[in-house]
Design a protein around this ligand. Sequence first.
Ligand SMILES: [Zn+2]
Length: 323
Amino acid sequence: MAAPALALDIGGTKLAAGVVTPTGEVLGESREPTDPASSPERVLEALFELSESAIQQSGAGWRELGAVGVSFGGPVDFPAGRTVRCHHLPGWEGVPLRNLAAERAGLPAVMDNDANAAALGETAFGAARGCEHVLYLTVSTGIGGGLVLGNRIYRGANSAAGEIGHTLVAPGGPECTCGRCGCLEAVASGPGIARAALAALEAGEASTLARIPREALTARHVAEAAKSDSLATRIMDRVGEYLGLGIAAAVNLMNPEMVVIGGGVSEAGDVLLEPVRRAVRRGAVPESVRDLRIAAGELRDRGGLLGAAALALREGIQRTGRT
Ligand SMILES: [Zn+2]
């Protein structure tokens, strides 16, 4: 059996390290909040302190590990093993993170962006276990995506595949973080959902959401109120509709067995998933949706960590033995 992997997760809210077996069992895990002012050097230092602690908990030693996988919160140049930039931290332009991790750990390393890692993690250990063709979306502060085709991550020509968040679904809609208007991310991310609720309240619509201070209103409030409040229900229906439009276009292209939706907004459950399923059934060709399953992710806040482990365990870089 393949050796356990060291998994490293560089995210916007936390840094994490874990020792993970080929079946997805986490033998040891250590995490700390991300310091938004941290330099890449400091982040790596912190990750390897967390690694020492995770390895100690696991009862294994460095020598028993087969590879290191890194999930990075921003775009990467996959063939070069370099980061492009970080969504959350300064100084990550062009950092050779794969080699730095490999040198530091003394292990073969693989590094990818967090959405690709989570897509592979859900396929290896989560909601899409046993599937070969999976479309993964993370819906939280932004919307990212990852494609697993034939059990491998599909990265495209410039490591830029999977950017489903910037699919145009609402022409003339609100401005997106990318500078264009009406992207899926602008209308269906957490901030997009909160913005829609605020606009409706400002327009005088009656809702239990009006009891929440405007500056504190989040997508979570809207999702929770959707069970009983008609404005919140309409907003979540529309968000599901937008997500379904974007997903249907991708389903028509790639014909996945399963669509997995992760990220904080996915915790809304069926309030979100039911309108998504309806919209995908309407928008995709019948052959593509006949056996298609659409479900929430199962890995939750371990998506980055187990995704990093899946990269190390599934991308064929395991060493055969340490000398
Ligand atoms: Zn955009």
